[in-house]
Design a protein around this ligand. Structure first.
Ligand code: TTP
Ligand code: MG
Length: 369
């Protein structure tokens, strides 16, 4: 039997109505009024964010500004200032690195931190989260919400549970009570398409997922089935992975103009895959994990990664994986400013690998139940 790994302490930080909060901070006359950061309501633009006053009218990110105005005719529309949001984001990241180097940034306003061991030698993750929130507020005048848990997906859901200015701690023994009643759309990684598929199977809440077998979920969802099987049990062994680490064999490029056509992106990714694979092989290394990084026109940065059971043996394989990962982004619908590929996972799979037990191990566990 393998010894249990030590209990991890993960914090997820997410800024409250980020772009709108920055604008309200800098322009006090906007405070207390419904506000959307986005283009003019008579253009085809969409709301990047809505403050809480605007959300009361049913306005949310992604909605067209024209629709937002229909729902709230006196709503204010402010053009986004991405440079400013990026500067604030940098300030926040700096604060996080005072506590740990294990910071995985998901977008301008969102990051995971592994504070199991931290630079302050603070054993309480709750106290670390409180301190980070206080430091962010002191430095930027903005509020953040924090979730504290033993893994990434529970921490992420927790950070959303007490917004705004929230702090939600989910202790390991409380995880199942916390997640069972949740609608599946609240689970990170489950988007509208997967949610619709689950609903067709009569599965709406985490609780209803729990009694499905791994075999059934893999039949329906392929590799993603294992993730679903795990989250239904409160399990998520993904490590918090700083992008910097992954970049050791990576290439990325900011384009001269934002790219909307998927074809052009694929062309770039083919080249990029060739470049990183050649570099990796040049140093006599092998990798199993492909990470795709995308920065959209609005500076929102996301990463998607996939780890294969076997080492990747060709640039074509890297490219194919990157293509599959691109399908899990909004490329083609949102203009892309930067794209990149990184290779990592330089070790052969172990019984408990960095991405959790490989499917084979899980299948054996399943049979034994
Ligand atoms: P979110 O954290 O999803 O939203 P939020 O910070 O505005 O509000 P909440 O308090 O619920 O966290 O996104 C962060 C920022 O990213 C948001 O302020 C604007 C930008 N954004 C977009 O540009 N387009 C989008 O579709 C979304 C969801 C966010
Ligand atoms: Mg936010």
């Amino acid at each position: 039997m393998l010894p249990d790994p030590p209990q991890r302490k993960i914090i997820h930080i997410d800024m409250d109505m980020f772009y709108a909060a920055v604008e309200m901070r800098d322009r006090p006359e906007l405070r207390g009024k419904p506000l959307v950061v986005g283009g003019r309501p008579d253009s085809r633009s969409v709301a990047t964010t809505a403050n809480y006053e605007a959300r009361q009218f049913g306005i949310h990110s992604g909605m067209s500004c024209a629709e937002a105005r229909r729902r709230c005719p006196h709503c204010l529309f402010i053009p986004p200032d991405f440079k400013k949001y990026q500067q604030v984001s940098e300030q926040i990241r700096h604060i996080m690195f005072e506590f740990t180097d294990l910071v995985e940034t998901m977008s301008l306003d969102e990051a995971y931190l592994d504070v199991t061991r931290n630079k302050k030698n603070e054993p309480s993750a709750t106290r670390v989260a409180k301190e980070i929130k206080a430091r962010i507020f002191a430095a930027t005048g903005l509020t953040a919400s924090a979730g504290v848990a033993a893994n990434m997906f529970v921490a992420k859901i927790a950070s959303d549970a007490r917004k705004p200015d929230g702090l939600c701690v989910v202790r390991p023994e409380r995880v199942m009570d916390f997640i069972r009643p949740l609608p599946l759309i609240k689970v990170p990684g489950i988007g509208p398409v997967t949610d619709a598929h689950l609903r067709r199977l009569g599965i709406r809440m985490v609780a209803e997922l729990e009694n499905k077998t791994l075999k059934f979920l893999e039949q329906e969802f392929g590799k993603f089935g294992l993730y679903l099987y795990d989250i239904a049990r409160g399990i998520d062994e993904r490590p918090v992975t700083p992008w910097r680490e992954r970049l050791s064999y990576g290439a990325e490029e900011t384009f001269a103009r934002d790219i909307l056509e998927k074809e052009s992106l694929l062309e770039f990714l083919r080249e990029c895959a060739q470049r990183v694979f050649t570099e990796l092989r040049g140093e006599g290394k092998l990798a199993r994990t492909v990470t795709l990084k995308i920065k959209y026109f609005d500076f929102q940065t996301i990463t998607r990664r996939q780890t294969s059971a076997q080492f990747l043996t060709s640039a074509t394989e890297v490219f194919r994986t990157a293509c599959a990962l691109l399908e899990r982004t909004e490329a083609g619908r949102k203009p892309v400013r930067l794209a990149g590929i990184a290779l990592s996972g330089f070790h052969a799979p172990a019984a408990r690998s960095e991405t959790g037990p490989p499917p084979l191990f899980k299948a054996v566990q399943e049979k034994n139940i």
